[in-house]
Design a protein around this ligand. Sequence first.
Ligand code: ZN
Length: 275
Amino acid sequence: MPELPEVETIVRDLRPSLIGRLFGRTRAIRKDIIHGAAEPIDTVLPGRRIENITRRAKRIVFELDGPTRMVVHLGMSGRLLLMPTRRAVAKHTHLRVAIRGAGLELRFIDPRRFGGVWLVSEKEGPTVGRTLGPLGPEPLDLSPARFARLLRRRRQIKALLLDQRMIAGLGNIYCDEALHAAQVHPVTAAETLSVSEVKRLLRAIKSTLNKAIRLNGSTMADYRRANGDPGSFQNYHRVYQRAGKPCKKCGTQIERITVAGRSSFFCPACQRLRV
Ligand SMILES: [Zn+2]
């Protein structure tokens, strides 16, 4: 599933080609992936200027010159690709939006259809919260004091980090990688972390996300950049999807357990559970 670094990569890929351009002919092939529109998307988008493209958590936000914003969520398997209009249309392409005068179009492709496109009012503000559910703060903007306040809970640290209402943008990959980098066991009760562990964990979250953004995200299966290329941070994973392989820090075998219903990978030596 695309997480913060993958979505940030797509936003950075799209900005130079699209800001200032106008949307053109819009074709919704599967209308059930489009939400929140009072009017059909093929009448809302054509002629709208793209003022900016931003990211909020795992959502791609197209700020337009009218009162409507287009928000794309990639769900589990979604791709948002920018390609020449004449290119063959791939299976599971649900939406095509032409870019006027550019010979290009945006295509939203999503085999599993957990993602979608939302047309939301500008009044919803930058969090785009009311339509798609509330979001906690962005991890890259978190101060140590606010992070420490969020962690004053008995919940397992990984379950808390995955909860988008607490912190928005982290998913399974970056939780596991950050917890390993900070040497914190995924089921540790959040409130039992010491002041120095909390600081170390926030530093690990930020440095893991920033490195992943520099490497254009992690391609495990479906994720692609806007031009169709894979990311490359998967080559630097230390624990994620590495059960049975040696820890890159200490050589101990990486283990897999289930936390909050998700597979979780950790090193039992680097990430000891306190009793
Ligand atoms: Zn280790």
